[in-house]
Write a new protein. Structure first.
Length: 117
């Protein structure tokens, strides 16, 4: 039985390639969905199966639409590789609750996502 989809939240492409490769190694059979910015998407998209380039949502309606999109995608694991307050808050807004991992779970890039909070 194949593993369900994995979502990576990553809005800065600086150290993203290393993190996405580690994520791919951790979940080799899973479909990798990447939520990133339009600026980071060209560099990171070859490492993901699907890219959502809309970045962090602005405003409550877009935030709720993103939470619904995540729920409807039946995401099993979410990796918050960014670590900003809005991405940390998202864990309380997605139902059903996927397993949530912070940027330290992959053990790569001491500086990954640092300075973005």
């Amino acid at each position: 039985m194949a593993e369900g989809p994995v979502l990576a939240l990553l809005f800065d492409a600086a150290d993203g390639e290393t993190a996405l490769r580690a994520l791919r190694a951790r979940h080799p059979g899973a479909r990798l969905v990447l939520l990133t910015t339009a600026q980071a998407a060209p560099r990171l998209s070859p490492l993901a199966d699907e890219v959502w380039p809309e970045g962090l949502p602005r405003g409550p309606a877009r935030f709720l639409a993103l939470m619904r999109r995540i729920a409807w995608a039946h995401i099993v694991h979410i990796y918050d590789l960014d670590g900003r307050a809005p991405t940390r808050f998202m864990r309380f807004c997605v139902w059903p609750k996927p397993q949530w991992h912070d940027r330290d779970a992959l053990g790569v890039g001491e500086g990954l996502g640092k300075g973005l909070s």
